[in-house]
Design a protein around this ligand. Structure first.
Ligand code: MV4
Length: 446
């Protein structure tokens, strides 16, 4: 087992990883930027190393400084958390070259899933259902228009290096093709330095449902059921739950098996997620694979009653997994991502000092956060300040518990998304499980 793990991240996930390491008897090294000096991950780690100034490229994305921090502290592994360097193939490879275990995917796996057109080709070989569209990248608009007629409008063109919605354009009719093509190419060239584009039939008002996977170093892969992440705004998730109110037992089995086949295809090692788009007829299609621990992992943890960060560390250390798939029974978990944003002012970020704080508690309530009364939220990083997770036996109980926990959650000094999430818990369509990724487009905050 590892003796010392360096956590190449900040905020709640850094704290989350430190907690598991402590329970496993593993020493921890925090890294921090100058504005994070007073953070809890710095305080709770055994050692801490400053890796640069506030801007992420100079600190949390600064590979030489992070490797140097690992070497001077004698860390034998690095946990990257989510975001930052968690899906950076080069970083995974540099760790390998330095004899430091990267607790995440191999460079080969990250590369094969990072290029989306390539990822689709891999999933096709594994027999995972794909959205009808181009076979790989498009040569030109002529080919694009031909495939669009084949699959039928509306279509969507996507950047192969994309993700999170950047470099994507929906095209409703042929006369709009050229303009969409030009702007998608420009945007992806600027954002990713890669202007490869592929095309798919546009699925209207889908659900976003993802399967949690775990694979070990010996080729065993299992699934840990699904999460429904359809409640999001501008590709930022606001509420996630496990299981999905839309997934039937038969569908779970099919989606789980498809996801396992996809992960097995790349001999996936670690915990990962395969995201599916699901249409109103319950057809599901591969969207992308995430080769990291995700923000929303706690809802799965609460339902399966197991620590996924511990699972990651054990897998990285070469411990075999049981290989048993998990099908939820009599347990439901829901998470609200609490952001320091003003939902009444177009979700304007609200960094600044938290003047007073009361966190909710009670049976079935978990709060993953790095904030405390007196903490100043820096403006340099994303605005998520806490994850409120509740667990109950049924979805109905979960929603009631979430509502009362949100009401108990008092954050003063900055605006937060809490008022929006309270109203969501009282929305009839949400309560009925009747929603798609388009839900927030028409949600009226009062
Ligand atoms: C789609 C789609 C509809 N049809 N692809 C958005 C992020 C990127 N990972 C893929 N996305 C989408 N791809 C086809 N063929 C709709 C979306 C989409 C979406 C997907 C998941 C969650 C929220 C979303 C919000 C808008 C669009």
């Amino acid at each position: 087992m590892f003796k010392k793990i360096l956590i190449a991240n900040r905020g709640e996930i850094a704290l989350r990883i430190i907690r598991t390491c402590k329970e496993m008897g593993i020493k921890t090294v925090a890294v921090y930027s100058t504005v994070d000096k007073e953070s809890l991950h710095v305080r709770f780690a055994d050692e801490a190393v400053c890796i640069g100034p506030a801007p992420s490229p100079l600190s949390y994305l600064n590979i030489p400084n992070i490797i140097a921090a690992a070497e001077i502290t004698n860390a034998d592994a690095i946990h990257p958390g989510y975001g930052f360097l968690s899906e950076n193939a080069k970083f995974s490879e540099i760790c390998r070259k330095h004899g430091i275990k990267f607790i995440g995917a191999t460079p080969e796996q990250i590369n094969s899933m990072g290029d989306k057109a390539n990822a689709k080709a891999t999933m096709k070989d594994a027999g995972v259902p794909l959205i009808p569209g181009s076979d790989g990248l498009l040569e030109d608009t002529k080919e694009g228009k031909r495939v669009a007629v084949e699959v039928g409008y509306p279509v969507i063109i996507k950047a192969t290096a994309g993700g999170g919605g950047r470099g994507m354009r929906i095209i409703w009719k042929e006369e709009d093709f050229d303009a969409a093509w030009d702007s998608a190419r420009q945007e992806s060239k600027a954002a990713f330095g890669n202007d490869g584009i592929y095309l798919e039939k546009y699925i209207e008002e889908p659900r976003h449902i993802e399967i949690q996977l775990a694979g070990d170093q010996y080729g065993t892969v299992c699934h840990l059921s699904e999460r429904d992440c359809s409640i999001q705004r501008r590709h930022q998730k606001l509420v996630e739950e496990c299981p999905s109110p839309f997934v039937t037992p038969e569908m779970r089995e099919k989606m789980g098996n498809a996801a396992k086949a996809g992960a097995a295809m790349i001999a996936y090692e670690g915990v990962g997620t395969i995201e599916f788009l699901v249409d109103k007829h319950r057809n599901f299609y591969f969207m992308e694979m995430n080769t990291r621990i995700q923000v929303e992992h706690p809802v799965t943890e609460e339902v399966i009653n197991y620590d996924l960060v511990k699972e990651q560390i054990l897998i990285a250390a070469g411990v075999p997994i049981s290989g048993k798939d998990y099908f939820p029974k009599d347990r439901w978990a829901m998470e609200c991502r609490i952001n320091a944003e003003d939902p009444y002012n177009n979700f304007r970020p609200c960094p600044g000092k938290i003047t007073s704080l009361h966190k909710p508690g009670g049976h079935g309530v978990r709060v993953d956060t790095h904030i405390y009364a007196g903490y100043t939220i820096p403006s340099n990083y994303d605005s998520m300040i806490a994850k409120l997770i509740v667990i109950a036996q049924t979805r109905e109980e979960c929603i009631v518990k979430m509502d009362r926990s949100l009401q108990e959650f008092i954050v003063e000094g900055v605006e937060t998304t809490i008022p929006l999430q309270i109203q969501l818990m009282r929305n009839d369509d949400f309560k009925a499980g009747n929603f798609t990724t388009a839900f927030m487009d028409t949600f009226k905050l009062v």
